[in-house]
Design a protein around this ligand. Sequence first.
Ligand code: 13P
Length: 254
Amino acid sequence: MIYLIGNWKMAPEKNTQAVDLVKKTAVIAKQYKKTLVTVICPPTPFLSLVSKNTKVPLLVGAQGVAASEAAAQTGLVSASMLKENGAQYCIVGHSEMRARGESNDMIKQQVDRLLEKKLIPILCIGEKSRDAQGWYLSEVKDQLDTAFADVSALQIKKLIIAYEPVWAIGAGAERAATPIECREMTVFIRKFLNDKYGEKIAKAVPIIYGGSADEFNARSFVEEGGTQGFLVGRVSLDAKRLAALAKSISQEKK
Ligand code: 13P
């Protein structure tokens, strides 16, 4: 199965638009349910509304979680609350959250809280920029080392890793990564998992790609980039484009 995870970020603005988008995305999820696991991650205020308007095979995720369940944390939401409102997945470590000050240690605690509540973390990792010598690999290694400190083999099977190079994300992105760049990082992450948890686990953890993924480039990431799915930003807000993306990655290999 290929993961198609939509990160709506801070959109859309209105409840009615969120309901419209979830209904359209549900049609796509149903159409491709044999090949895709489709998940949408709306902003927190829409979580309950979206969950009520969704049914399997379209699944729901959240975009962030507090690092602890303590109640005195103004502005944050706990893993229990996310679960209560229909989330089964949750994005953590997104570069837009890291840019607002979230550290590798905080992200590790968020992963722990989600696993405790049996929510599936979508752990985002990725380098800010690339250099010819490959030092960016150590940035990603630090992110992995911290996130997986004390995470047992049993827990890790319940997690998705999203490789999102920061330079490839959003409207201001330089460009998408190439499938070759994606493959290099997928192999690097897989090797990390293999060294720490062994081959069986390393093979079981889905590694997906995010960063300017669209209906034109997605298939090449599946065929040549070694990815098992996508974390999609802008295109997830446009049902027509999302449908085209879904179709492109669902096609049988020629
Ligand atoms: P875009 O697909 O808009 O580049 O965003 C990627 C992303 O950040 C998904 O989490």
